[in-house]
Write a protein that binds this ligand. Structure first.
Ligand code: GLA
Length: 392
């Protein structure tokens, strides 16, 4: 983390010749359970991870915004007044600026559309959140930028409002039709807790995970199969959910319970039914996970994680062979539970393991990848960590 802070500060100075006014950071996230439920007004249980994105920011007196980052050689610069010419990005099109720049510029645009603006700014962004791993590197950029501009432009928005700004940037500037889970997790994360979020009311409650006390650890297995949510499968799954809700006559799938599934099977075609069944049962699994964590602690949630993965693999069909291999190998090596995390079609899986089994599970997963001739995965542990903040 200190390295990322220094790197952001150094990048700022290299590109402007000045010291930044301040450093703001926001984390990536892992979702413990509750996948593709957020845009269905449902429940999710993500937590912020120690990996963070840092924005070093300082004022300019010419009404322009310039973003530099370690993602690209050249900075991108526009007048704040011209942001409306760039965004929103028409559905299905690529942003009119390089994609990485659409995140911070989209945040500035979304703030202005919400009536918040101020002087021009220079922004330098560095990150140690793995990109394309399903760990919300994009929400981390949005959270760091939104937190910085909120302070520098004296907007006084609360964390939930900043998460909404981040989602607007993601949906309308980048063009990815995602829900709000990642931005909420990045803004609201707390050490040692997952964030139980009702995506309809946006009420959020920290739920202690207690992994360390229980002698457990959470392993992230990044398959290094890259994915993008602005295209293809994610959009299709979202459309299926909307079709299911419309056919069932409800505002969103949040309003369908497990008991309603028999009737849903009669009304929906097979594919739409299975998409709906995933969302409905996943919502129930989030509620069951929260209850189990409170009653028994993390050791009790293994079966729920495994059932969640099976539902994503078989009903929602968003897993890939690498993710299934990661989950199966971790379970065979003694993991208490495992599942893919995030939007799917690549990215990472998580495994809940005994702390002293880290080496054994990691080796087993690597061996299984090697036997399947998959690229070597990145494997590391994470602990629930703090959300967005000003660091300096
Ligand atoms: C991505 C999106 C989130 C959420 C997950 C799936 O991470 O950004 O909004 O829909 O996929 O749970």
């Amino acid at each position: 983390m200190t390295t990322t802070l220094h790197a952001a500060s150094a990048l700022f100075t290299a590109s402007t010749g000045a010291e930044p006014t301040g450093l703001w950071s926001a984390p990536g996230r892992v979702n413990l359970i509750g996948e593709h439920t957020d845009y269905n007004d449902g429940f999710v249980l993500p937590f912020a991870i120690p990996h963070r994105t840092v924005a070093a920011v300082g004022p300019r007196d010419d009404g322009r915004i310039r973003v530099a980052s370690t993602f690209a050689d050249a900075p991108v610069e526009v007048a704040l007044d011209e942001l409306d010419d760039l965004f929103p990005t028409p559905t299905g099109d690529a942003p009119r600026v390089p994609e990485w720049a659409a995140y911070p510029l989209g945040v500035a645009w979304a703030l202005r559309r919400a009536g918040v603006t101020g002087h021009g700014v220079d922004i330098a962004i560095t990150s140690d959140v793995p990109v394309g791993a399903g760990l919300s590197s994009s929400a981390a950029i949005e959270g760091a930028t939104a937190s910085a501009l909120n302070d520098l432009w004296a907007a006084g928005l609360d964390r939930t409002a900043l998460a909404r700004i981040g989602r607007t940037a993601e949906n309308e500037a980048v063009g990815a039709p995602t829900g709000i889970m990642d931005q909420m997790a990045s803004m609201l994360g707390e050490p040692d807790a997952a964030i139980f979020l009702d995506c309809r009311s946006l009420e959020a409650e920290p739920v202690p995970v207690g992994v360390v006390e229980a002698g457990l650890a959470i392993l992230v297995i990044d398959t290094r199969v890259a994915h993008a949510h602005s295209t293809g499968g994610y959009r299709e799954r979202r459309a299926s959910c909307e079709l299911g809700a419309r056919t069932l006559g409800v505002a969103s799938l949040r309003d369908v319970s497990v008991d309603d599934l028999d009737r849903a099977r009669e009304l929906l075609d097979d594919v739409t039914f299975r998409r709906v069944r995933h969302v409905v049962t996943e919502n129930q699994r989030v509620l069951d996970t929260v209850r189990t964590l409170r009653a028994q602690g993390a050791r009790g949630i293994g079966d729920l994680l495994v059932a969640s993965h099976a539902s994503m693999r078989d009903d929602f069909e968003i897993s890939v062979p690498e993710l299934d291999t990661a989950v199966d190998a971790a379970l065979a090596a003694g993991a208490i539970g495992a599942r893919m995390t995030g939007g799917g079609f690549g990215g990472a899986a998580i495994a809940l393991i005994e702390r002293d089994a880290e080496a054994a599970v990691t080796d087993a997963v690597r061996a299984a990848f090697s036997a399947s001739v998959f690229a070597d995965p990145e494997v590391f542990t994470v602990t629930p960590s703090a959300g967005a903040r000003r660091d300096a």
